[in-house]
Write a protein that binds this ligand. Structure first.
Ligand code: HEC
Ligand code: HEC
Length: 244
């Protein structure tokens, strides 16, 4: 009997408080392998609800979030009993980074950031409150759906994370012409590709010599040469887009 008690206590005993320090990168890897199946890559939603919301009804605080991850939500969401205390804490930290973080203090000036947005040509591919073109995702609620760090990464290194549904493809025509860009639409017989200049190309798949996905490539150029101050301002502007 003592053996059983000892064994039961052992895992908790071995986990010093230090082990419970969450690691967001680890949380993201665990999320990708165990949660994205239902909640979509980046928590964009799928079979399970989108987690890109500042307030989660069933996981309103840390304790509730930990409980949901550990025990699941019957009948559809399974519990994650296989995860250690630190792994649960890490997944929870990652889930919070997806949109449940309360409005963060971001450096930079949103008003100046709006001018950076306009002068950088962002509106050529994004819509904010009805203004712009929509090859890229709509950004009207960018600040409510994403945290500032994520928005910054999206601007500086767009390939690091592609929102659900965005895919880069490359088509080679029968004549040997190569067109690559963002997949704008696809059905079993045809595919439309938007090239980086925003031009649309339609192909009948049966007429193509090759059609492939480009992994880890983005349809958005990396804006990694912006002066630090302008980048802060731009991120502050994006973070301020919360539908108000
Ligand atoms: C098999 C599908 C499935 C898997 C896998 C899954 N979930 Fe869920 N999850 C759901 C469904 C469905 C709901 C909504 C349940 C409900 O509201 O009753 C949900 C709800 C949630 C909620 C509450 C959302 C809210 O708006 O209150 C959180 C947080 C959550 N899941 C996180 C996770 C995390 C983190 C993982 C991975 C460790 C995970 N889920 C794995 C299907 C899944
Ligand atoms: C040539 C088109 C193009 C231009 C120009 C462009 N983007 Fe994008 N952007 C995209 C596409 C496509 C995606 C989604 C796929 C990806 O990340 O590659 C995206 C994704 C994003 C995201 C992530 C959205 C999300 O839901 O995670 C943000 C934020 C963003 N862009 C901001 C900007 C800003 C700010 C600028 C200007 C500095 C800009 N973009 C310029 C095409 C573009």
């Amino acid at each position: 009997m003592w053996r059983r008690i000892l064994l039961a206590a052992l895992p908790a005993f071995c986990q010093s408080p230090h082990d419970a320090i969450p690691d967001v990168a680890l949380g993201r890897r665990l999320f990708d392998s165990q949660c994205a199946l239902c909640h979509g890559p980046g928590g964009a939603g799928g079979r399970g609800p989108s987690l890109n919301r500042p307030k989660l009804a069933k996981a309103a605080d840390d304790a509730a979030l930990t409980k949901v991850i550990r025990e699941g939500l019957a009948p559809e969401m399974p519990g994650s009993w296989q995860l250690s205390v630190r792994e649960v804490a890490s997944v929870a930290a990652y889930v919070k980074s997806l949109g449940s973080v309360p409005v963060e203090k971001v450096p930079g000036d949103a008003r100046r950031g709006e001018s950076v947005y306009k002068s950088s040509g962002c509106a050529g591919c994004h819509i904010i409150s009805g203004q712009g073109n929509g090859l890229g995702p709509e950004l009207t609620l960018a600040g409510a759906r994403r945290n500032a760090a994520h928005l910054r990464e999206s601007v500086v290194n767009p390939a690091a994370y592609l929102p659900d549904g965005y895919l880069m493809v490359e088509a080679v025509t029968a004549e040997g012409l190569t067109v690559s860009g963002t997949r704008a639409a696809e059905d079993p017989f045809t595919i439309q590709i938007a090239d980086p200049s925003g031009r649309f190309h339609s192909f009948r798949k049966s007429g193509l010599r090759a059609l492939r996905k480009l992994e880890k490539r983005s349809g958005m150029p990396a804006f990694d040469k912006l002066p630090a101050g302008s980048l802060d301002d731009l991120v502050a502007y994006l973070a301020s887009l919360r539908g108000n």
